[in-house]
Design a protein around this ligand. Sequence first.
Ligand code: 3PG
Length: 207
Amino acid sequence: MDTPIYLQQRLVCVAVIDQADDAVPLAEALIAGGLNTIEVTFRTAGAAEAIARIRRHVPAACVGAGTLLTADQVKQAVDAGAQFGVSPGLSEAVSKAAHDLKLPLFPGVITPSEIIRALDLGWKTLKFFPAETFGGVNALKALIGPFGHTGVKFIPTGGITAATLPTYLALPQVAAVGGSWMAERKLVAEKQWAKVTALTAEAMGKK
Ligand code: 3PG
């Protein structure tokens, strides 16, 4: 099967956007740095609007919805045009809504039991979160032992930086790495687009 567009670059920028007005310039700054995949987290009131604006005005971007905690947020994300969904954990309600609405979902897991449950629920690409706090690349390697043959893939996220990115991407079971380091909330709020572009280009150069 072809790699879906949102995993092709193997890097996802996790963004917290406080002002929907910042959504389009942020997506453009990432693209200027070479990255088109952005996850807009449902941690702010304007998340759905931010996704809709990026979809409308930045056709080169691939935009997903992150921090999906409820079925209602999955619906809002789909209505806004999100192309994929991400959750920090594994919720049956979120899983069902994503299946019903045909939204590709990356549920969050950290333990073997959660991986088994996620596979049972029909998901094969799982967010490994919070990656660095829970043992980082070594923990992921240990999990790949019993699960590698299932075809499961991971999106490690949480505490990863440009410096540690290559160690994760060296694992073939890593579908992509997620992180906010190229567009931290403060940088976005301060509209530091040139800095975002530079950090993104640096990350892209490490792949
Ligand atoms: C997330 O929700 O995925 C994390 O906030 C991203 O982790 P990071 O900010 O440590 O990159």
